[in-house]
Design a binder for this molecule. Structure first.
Ligand SMILES: *Cc1c(COP(=O)(O)O)cnc(C)c1O
Length: 351
């Protein structure tokens, strides 16, 4: 088949920024070193981009959620550098872990038993200190089966580190209590936001995800974290609107005067959901181009009044400074990243 022609969507990725974010987060992690959560295809940015850039920066611990994700990341790292957060849900997962050397995170007594029965070996252990998601319950931490595990990293996950919540100190206390029951090689509690809670939360290794990719879950990180992903979409067609013309699905926008509009290749499947709504805008060299009407499947329409020089094929910037984009769109910073979709050509951002 012929080479694939370029997409009308591209995601410019800043290798320098992701490396700098990792170094910053590692530096803020007290005496600990930072690992990296690279699940969900590195939060939508692409493991082929993120993992080599993070390893180059010095990161040597990677976390994915699913075993299918482990298969994609394993060729990019040493097996001992990779953990699977969802743990062994089946015997096939145990066999895969043993064959590849990838570490499961054990999340329950059943998973512990399954791992040991299947031949086991070094693993991580997740304790639930209050998020009530995955992890061994505090009531079960003295169960003998857990004492048989060879634990590399003992971990827990904070539910509310992005808030000044009493839950943070409570979880820290329970994690210390759980830590006393085991002799892991390392202990780990903090995600991105948890790193900003201070050195008490850092233990031996921190597990940032969001902030590696430009997310700012707490104001303390605002100055330190750099934007990594810069989506751009091409103008596919110019259209002259006459006063009274209506635009897009349900004709929600009505032109009040004759105006120039651009039809842009950007839609739901690209993470650009309707919630961007009437407040959203794209931009060109800093000039704001307001959205007209609804995001309509694979397209948006923008007002080119502020940039009449633009032509078909020109690239527009999608505003993706994550804290600002979250405010405008009503989506969380996690959602903004992980819904970016597969239609972008992911490429290095020119310096
Ligand atoms: C996703 C995840 C992280 C990373 O969290 P962020 O809030 O994105 O920094 C860390 N640890 C676990 C167990 C996770 O599931």
């Amino acid at each position: 088949m012929a080479d694939l022609p370029p997409s009308s969507l591209r995601l410019l990725l800043d290798e320098g920024a992701i490396a700098a974010n990792w170094r910053t987060l590692s530096g803020l992690s007290g005496g600990a070193v930072a690992g990296a959560a690279v699940k969900a295809n590195a939060y939508g940015l692409g493991v082929e981009f993120a993992v080599p850039a993070l390893r180059e920066a010095g990161c040597a611990d990677f976390y994915v959620a699913h075993w299918g994700e482990a298969a994609k990341v394993a060729p990019l790292v040493k097996p001992t550098e990779l953990s699977v957060l969802h743990g062994p849900l089946t015997d096939e997962h145990v066999a895969f872990a043993i064959a590849t050397g990838v570490r499961p995170v054990i999340n329950s007594l059943q998973q512990a038993k399954r791992w040991l029965d299947g031949g086991g070996g070094i693993c991580d252990l997740m304790i639930d200190t209050g998020i009530n998601r995955l992890g061994v319950a505090m009531a079960d931490i003295s169960e003998p089966v857990l004492q048989e595990l060879q634990i590399e990293t003992l971990m827990s996950h904070l539910s509310s580190a992005d808030e000044d919540s009493a839950a943070n100190a409570a979880q820290l206390g329970l994690f210390r209590q759980a830590s006393a029951q085991f002799s892991p090689r390392r202990r780990s509690l903090a995600n991105s936001a948890g790193i900003a809670l201070g050195a008490d939360y850092a233990f031996d290794i921190t597990r940032p995800g969001l902030s590696l990719y430009g997310g700012v879950p707490r104001p303390e990180l605002a100055e330190a974290i750099r934007q990594v992903a810069f989506p751009q979409a091409a103008i596919m067609q110019l259209r002259k609107l006459a006063a009274g013309d209506r635009v897009g699905y349900n004709g929600e926008y009505t032109a009040r005067r004759d105006m120039l509009a651009g039809i842009v290749s950007l839609g739901y499947a690209d993470g650009f959901l309707r919630s961007w709504g009437a407040r959203g805008a794209l931009s060109s060299n800093g000039r704001m181009l307001p959205l007209l009407g609804k995001v309509s499947m694979d397209m948006v329409v923008v007002d080119l009044g502020g940039a009449p020089d633009l032509k078909e094929g020109d690239w527009l910037d999608v505003p993706y400074h994550l804290p600002d984009a979250a405010r405008t769109s009503g989506l969380s910073q996690y959602e903004l990243l992980t819904t970016l979709g597969k239609r972008y050509d992911r490429q290095s951002k020119p310096a």
